[in-house]
Ligand binder design. Structure first.
Ligand code: URA
Length: 226
């Protein structure tokens, strides 16, 4: 089931703070509110994907405008050309939801589907959204590897795994860039620094580091048993 078919997602208004924030967001200069998605952003990609990349939440003028994860923001402008170089897509740019971009062996979504103020979802907002992520992951029948971008998505995924009884203790899985974990049940998961503009500007992550993570998840997907 692709993201836009997840029951209840597009109509979801469970987080009043996020609903208010989207309603109040001023459009970028030269654009009108009508050109903004301003609603939950579903995941997208290859239904046969063995790899799922999970970001934090839509960017204000990126995914929240275009309606597709990482599309039209700095994080995506960095990430999509590298995904293409690593063989995960048919084109290098992500501009808008109908630009013809097709992902191969990869599905991309966010831990939180609505735009949060200051890119910081509250714990309750992660929790409200986690059933949607769970449905997306469960629908990927060939899923082998989950790649979590940033501490927020990573911690949210750990809480989901704990709730599902796949891990016993969240604290047993510290975040570090490139770390690979095998839970008692379910797909192997990998942490990466987020490809946010801030992390790029400060040099916390760069092309070489991200390409290496992509190589890791690609080889893990090939190595994991069916
Ligand atoms: N855009 C997204 O869709 N997700 C992020 O985590 C950042 C930007």
């Amino acid at each position: 089931m692709l993201g836009d078919k997840v029951p209840g997602l597009l109509q979801c208004r469970q987080c009043p703070r996020l609903v208010r924030h989207m309603a109040a967001l001023p459009p970028r200069k030269g654009l009108s509110r009508k050109q903004y998605w301003n609603a939950p952003v579903p995941g997208f990609g290859d239904p046969q994907a063995r790899i799922c990349l999970v970001g934090l939440a839509p960017g204000a003028h990126g995914a929240n405008r275009t309606g597709r994860p990482f599309t039209g923001d700095g994080a995506g402008d960095f990430m999509y050309p590298l995904l293409h170089r690593a063989g995960f897509s048919n084109r290098a740019e992500a501009v808008h939801a109908a630009d013809g971009l097709a992902l191969r062996d990869l599905y991309i979504t966010n831990a939180v589907k609505c735009l949060p103020p200051d890119n910081r979802p509250a714990l309750e907002e992660f929790a409200n959204c986690s059933p949607f992520l769970s449905v997306e992951l469960a629908s990927l029948q060939r899923l082998k590897v989950v790649l979590l971008l940033g501490q927020g998505a990573f911690s949210s995924y750990l809480r989901l795994l704990k709730g599902q009884g796949c891990i016993e203790r969240v604290g047993a899985y510290p975040f570090s860039h490139g770390v690979v974990y095998r839970p008692q049940r379910g797909p192997v998961f990998v942490a990466s620094y987020h490809t946010s503009r801030y992390n790029l500007q400060t040099g916390r992550i760069d092309e070489t580091m991200f390409l290496k993570v992509l190589q890791t998840v690609h080889s893990l997907a090939g190595a994991e048993n069916d």
